[in-house]
Design a protein around this ligand. Structure first.
Ligand SMILES: N=C(N)NCCCC[C@H](N)C(=O)O
Ligand SMILES: O=C(O)CCC(=O)C(=O)O
Ligand SMILES: [Fe+2]
Length: 346
C-alpha cells in the first residue's frame, strides 16, 4: 500500500483581510477533514513567515545550544518554577523514559510571578545570543496571531455561528502559550540507535505550530488505521502507521492538542507523535503551543455535537461519541508538566 502523507493546507486566506468568503470556506473545509481524519497537517505560511525568518529562528537556537554547559545551566528550570528555563539532555521524561534532547521553555509571563508555584515563575532569557530575547518575543507575537487565525478557520470548519466563535475566541484571547526551543543531538549507539529523542505523546492544548530545521526522518506521527501494523506504546488497541512528518520549506507542521479534542467531543483527536533522530547532525526545532487562557474551562462545543448528531443519522454513525468531561486548562497543564522532568542534580 502507499504510505499516507499529511494533508497540506494553505491558510493564507485567513491571514489576508481582503480574501474572499469562498477562499476561506475552502480552507475551513480542508482543515475540518484534516483535523477529523489525521489531527496533523502542513500549514503553508509563505507570505506570513518568510523562509529567512524561520531559518534565522533555527540559527538562534543552534547558537544558544552551542554555549558552554555552565551558561545554559544557569537557566535551569530548578532556578525558577520547574517549568520555565533550560533542561539538559535526559531531563525530560516521556512514558518513564529519558528523552534524548535538551530544551529551553518559555510560557506566557504572569503578573505576580512566584517561582514556588508550578509554572508561575519568570521566563529565563539567555544573554547569548544577545538578540535572542527580542527575536523570540517577536516570534511569540507572530505565532499567537497565526494560532488564533487557525482556530478561526477551525470554527468555520465546525460551522460555528459568529456568536459561538466570539465565545471561543474569548477563551483563548490571553493564551497561556508555551514555546519550546529544542536541541536534539543524534541518538547514541553505533549503527541504529539507543533510546528515543522524544517519546510518544499528545500535546496539551489547542494547536502546536512547529518549525524545524530541514532534518528529515525525525518527527513521526501515528496515522490512525484500525488495520495498521503499528500501535501506540501506551495503548495497543490504538493502531496505525508511524509516518514521517518531514519538513516542507515554507510550511509549519501543525497538530491539534488535548483541548481541541475535548472542545470537539472527540470529533478531532489529539494525535500521538514522537521524535527519533537517527541522523548524525544536531537537529533543532521550535514548537509553539497555542493554548487556551489559563483558567478556561474547556468542554464539548455545541457545534461539534451538531456534527456528531448528523453523523449518527448518516452511514458512518455506528460509533457512539464518547462524552468528554470539562477540564480547566491550567489544571491540565500543571498535571502534565508536573510529570515531565527527571529530578536529578548533577
Ligand atoms: N508542551 C508539550 N506538549 N511538550 C511536549 C513534551 C514532550 C512530552 C512530555 N514529556 C509528556 O510526557 O507529555
Ligand atoms: O521536535 C519536534 O519535531 C516535535 C517536538 C514535540 O513534539 C513537542 O515538543 O511537543
Ligand atoms: Fe509534541
Amino acid at each position: 500500500m502507499t504510505i499516507p502523507t499529511l494533508p497540506i493546507i494553505d491558510v493564507s486566506p485567513y491571514l489576508d483581510d481582503n480574501s474572499s468568503k469562498e477562499s476561506r470556506r475552502i480552507v475551513a473545509e480542508q482543515l475540518h477533514v484534516a483535523c477529523r481524519d489525521v489531527g496533523f497537517f502542513y500549514l503553508k505560511v509563505d507570505g506570513y513567515v518568510d523562509r529567512s525568518e524561520s531559518e534565522e529562528l533555527m540559527e538562534l537556537q543552534r547558537r544558544f545550544f552551542q554555549r558552554p554547559k555552565e551558561e545554559k545551566e544557569d537557566l535551569a528550570i530548578s532556578k525558577q518554577d520547574n517549568a520555565r528555563g533550560y533542561q539538559k539532555v535526559g531531563q525530560n521524561v516521556t512514558l518513564s523514559q529519558n528523552d534524548h534532547h535538551e530544551a529551553l521553555d518559555f510560557y506566557r509571563p504572569v503578573e505576580n510571578p512566584d517561582a514556588t508555584k508550578p509554572i508561575w515563575g519568570e521566563n529565563q532569557w539567555p544573554s547569548n545570543p544577545p538578540e535572542y530575547r527580542e527575536k523570540m518575543e517577536a516570534w511569540v507575537r507572530k505565532m499567537k496571531h497565526l494560532g488564533m487565525m487557525v482556530m478561526k478557520a477551525m470554527s468555520d470548519g465546525l460551522k460555528m455561528t459568529e456568536e459561538e466563535w466570539k465565545g471561543l475566541e474569548k477563551s483563548m484571547d490571553d493564551s497561556f502559550w508555551c514555546m519550546r526551543c529544542i536541541g536534539y543531538p543524534s541518538l547514541p549507539g553505533d549503527k541504529g540507535h539507543k533510546g528515543i529523542s522524544c517519546g510518544e505523546h499528545r500535546d496539551y492544548g489547542c494547536l502546536t505550530l512547529l518549525f524545524t530545521d530541514p532534518t528529515p526522518s525525525a518527527l513521526q506521527v501515528l496515522y490512525r488505521d484500525p488495520n495498521g501494523p503499528d500501535h501506540a506504546a501506551a495503548d495497543a488497541s490504538l493502531k496505525g502507521y508511524w509516518i514521517d512528518a518531514n519538513p516542507i520549506p515554507g510550511a509549519a507542521v501543525v497538530n491539534i492538542g488535548d483541548m481541541v479534542e475535548i472542545w470537539t467531543n472527540g470529533l478531532y483527536k489529539s494525535t500521538l507523535h514522537r521524535v527519533i533522530h537517527r541522523g548524525d547532525n544536531y537537529r533543532v526545532s521550535v514548537p509553539f503551543f497555542f493554548e487556551p487562557n489559563w483558567d478556561t474551562k474547556v468542554e464539548p462545543l455545541a457545534a461539534a455535537k451538531r456534527i456528531q448528531e448528523q453523523m449518527k443519522e448518516g452511514e458512518n454513525g455506528k460509533e457512539a461519541a464518547k462524552h468528554y468531561e470539562p477540564i480547566v486548562y491550567g489544571d491540565h497543564l500543571k498535571r502534565k508538566v508536573g510529570g515531565n522532568f527527571a529530578k536529578y542534580d548533577q
